[in-house]
Design a protein around this ligand. Structure first.
Ligand code: CP
Ligand code: NVA
Length: 308
């Protein structure tokens, strides 16, 4: 049984197989209507629980559609509507769900909830975002980069803004897929030192550069995300905005990257804050390809988890 908890906890060969399988499944669907089933139905007879303790558009819809395309069924569960949100332990919830469903995807706050779910469940558990990481997003982003530009190995990725959960999974991916990553943002919002050390130990070139204009020179890919994540307190919003304003991705910043650099954002975006509409809708942007590829990448993750 394979859990998909984090990119750094998954074997690099498995990660590569997932990306390749995602690309193959995407290609096999060419010409199909969005709601049409895949030609292969590996999830036939399988039930997947999708638990959300935070809001979601992409994760929710892409997992739901993806499982159905592969012949499986889904059950969307909101944390607050479950007994989980009213005092039942995570361990008991994991044991109970394991009697009904074949796989659990959970989006939660504290990483310990995900880990405990995986520890007690008899079925695979997928991380659909925690306060600390967002591995499914980065699998879609790797797929997107490679579709447009070929292998990501050896490329320079620049993260501009908050060193948050999505940035953390990019650091994990740098180590596993062999690309370089430069973080540019205020020192107060640096990525976790533990994750930076982990990537460096694995041989990745991880740089911290406070000047965004210096950071993006030579970038093959520029990435940003919201300045205020779902787990951040709203009271910190103004302070974070003030700190992060110099790290906005705009045309002037993109002009300093390589001419064929891509721009990514996991979405939802706050236009004219972390990135301008000119960049979001401009020639470098692949943000909607990333969103589409959540579907294809996660289908491959689900199949890997279930060994199907
Ligand atoms: N990128 C992402 O995970 O989006 P949602 O919050 O809409 O799921
Ligand atoms: N960093 C964001 C990502 C949303 C997909 C958050 O956690 O809110």
């Amino acid at each position: 049984m394979n859990h998909f908890l984090d990119i750094h906890k998954t074997d690099p060969a498995a990660l590569r197989a997932i990306i390749d399988n995602a690309a193959a499944m995407k290609s096999a669907r060419k010409g199909h209507a969005r709601g049409a089933p895949d030609d292969e139905q590996p999830l036939s007879g399988h039930m997947v629980a999708l638990i959300f303790e935070k809001p979601s558009t992409r994760t929710r819809v892409s997992f739901d559609v993806g499982v159905r395309q592969m012949g499986g069924q889904t059950m969307l569960l909101s944390g607050t509507d479950m007994q989980l949100g009213h005092g039942e332990t995570i361990a008991d919830t994991a044991c109970v769900l394991s009697r009904y469903v074949d796989l659990i995807m959970i989006r939660t706050f504290d990483e310990s909830v995900l880990d405990e779910m995986a520890e007690y469940a008899d079925v695979p558990v997928i991380n659909g975002l925690t306060d600390r990481t967002h591995p499914c997003q980065i699998m879609a982003d790797i797929l997107t980069y490679e579709e447009h530009r070929g292998p990501i190995k050896g490329k320079k990725v620049v993260w501009s803004g908050d060193g948050n959960n999505v940035c953390a999974s990019f650091l994990h991916a740098a180590a596993q897929f062999g690309f370089d990553l430069t973080f540019t943002g205020p020192a107060q919002l640096d990525p976790e030192a533990e994750f930076v050390a982990l990537a460096r130990k694995a041989g990745s070139n991880i740089q911290i550069e406070r000047d965004p204009r210096k950071a993006v020179v030579g970038a093959d890919l520029v990435v940003t995300d919201t300045w205020v994540s779902m787990h951040d307190t709203q009271s910190a919003k103004e302070r974070r905005h003030n700190m992060l304003r110099p790290y906005q991705v705009n045309d002037a910043l993109m002009a300093l990257a390589k001419p064929d650099a891509l721009f990514m954002h996991c979405l939802p975006a706050h236009r004219e804050e972390e990135a301008t509409s000119a960049v979001m809708d401009g020639p470098h942007s692949v943000v909607f390809d990333e969103a589409e590829n959540r579907l294809h990448a996660q289908k491959a993750v689900v199949r890997w988890c279930l060994g199907l």
